[in-house]
Design a protein around this ligand. Structure first.
Ligand code: SF4
Length: 370
């Protein structure tokens, strides 16, 4: 079973912290993109598919008819399983009842709302186009439209945001019975507007750790499972599509800037809508379509370790050996025992995972064993 990621490279405006590839949305450009995307789907998609993820950019700039056209085409050229997870990232300001009801009727069954914060002044500081009331209405609309699988994207440690602000946001949203939260700590990548104009009120490392631990404790106390370093779920609501990334399984990325992992090899398409539209004026045989992507090497043991250790279930060293023929040296095994004594990892000689405190030091721990 493979997953399909569709990068929708359009946004109404640029949020100040964001470096994801997107251009300003306009209807002519979107129509040409849909036409090229359809040709790429005809060229590259086949076989069994159990997840589709519309990410971006802002997938909710597409109409429900355009989303329906893409989902139908995928199920025409591939075998879309009857219980496939179909996720659409949606900005709260786009989540009106009519739109969500149409999405539900065409088979979208998971909505990921880019809420980020429920503080109106914080939302303004980071350049988001919605306010907290719009987010709360979006959640209510998603429920009314029949979605039970709803994710709230929150960014932790936003400028001026302390743990009590985050805690209140989580309280409010969890009362709306959301089954999934993604909570990424703010990063300021090169290419974002904040990179050249650092905002005031950022949290230092200690403050970030405090907020992260408090968020985890709060969500776990509300019966969410902290199943991935930044993701929390009620039972049965893990994100099936994202698990493919964390488990280094195959997925096909479509659209400009999308990444793929196909038969253990990684690829990407350049960050250019124009090049994408020129490349996919027509459909083509799979091998030729593959040659339009930039090769990025094999899935390596290091990828298996880095991605797998993001999950609370961690990795198995015997699987690592079976997949890549790699064993950890005696020196590294000794180091793992040390980390275990420090309460940073769980390790039984085969299964290895990070504890909550270990999640905070994941980069340091992982780089010392690879
Ligand atoms: S955060 Fe999302 S909506 Fe904002 S610019 Fe980035 S991709 Fe667009």
């Amino acid at each position: 079973m493979t997953g399909i990621y569709i990068h929708v490279p359009f946004c109404v405006s640029k949020c100040y912290y964001c470096d994801f590839y997107s251009v300003k949305s306009c209807s002519n450009e979107i129509n040409s993109y849909i036409s090229a995307l359809s040709n790429q789907i005809r060229s590259m998609v086949s076989g069994d598919i159990d997840s589709i993820f519309f990410g971006g950019g802002t997938p909710s700039v597409l109409s429900s008819a355009q989303i329906a056209q893409i989902v139908e085409l995928i199920s025409d050229v591939g075998r879309l399983s009857s219980d496939a997870e179909i996720t659409l990232e949606c900005n709260p300001e786009d989540a009106n009842l009519n739109y969500l009801t149409e999405l539900k009727s065409i088979g979208v069954n998971r909505i990921s709302l880019g809420i980020q914060s429920l503080s109106d002044c914080v939302l303004k500081v980071i350049g988001r186009g919605h306010d907290s009331l719009t987010s709360e209405t979006a959640v209510a609309n998603a429920r009314k439209a029949g979605f039970d699988n709803i994710n709230a994207d929150l960014i932790l440690c936003l400028p001026g945001e302390n743990s009590s602000v985050v805690s209140k946001s989580i309280d409010k949203l969890s009362k709306m019975d959301l089954p999934h939260f993604s909570t990424y700590i703010l990063s300021i990548p090169e290419g974002s507007l904040f990179f050249n104009d650092i905002p005031r009120g950022l949290s230092d490392d200690d403050k970030q750790a405090e907020i992260y631990l408090e968020v985890s404790a709060k969500l776990r106390s509300l019966s969410y499972e902290h199943y991935e370093i930044s993701n929390f779920s009620k039972p049965g609501f893990y994100c099936r599509h994202n698990l493919k990334y964390w488990k280094c399984q195959d997925y096909i990325g479509l659209g400009p800037a999308a990444h793929s992992s196909i038969s253990g090899l990684r690829y990407s398409f350049p960050k250019s809508v124009k090049l994408f539209e020129e490349t996919y004026k027509h459909s083509m045989p799979f091998e030729i379509a593959l040659s339009t992507l930039t090769p990025e090497g094999k899935v390596e043991p290091i990828d298996y370790i880095i991605m797998g250790m993001r999950l609370s279930e961690g990795i198995s060293l015997s699987n690592l050996y079976q997949l890549f023929g790699i064993s950890l040296s005696a020196e590294k095994l000794y180091m793992l025992e040390e980390y275990k004594n420090m309460g940073l990892v769980n390790f039984d000689g085969d299964h290895l995972s990070l504890t909550l405190e270990g999640f905070l030091l994941s980069n340091r721990i992982i780089s010392s064993i690879i």
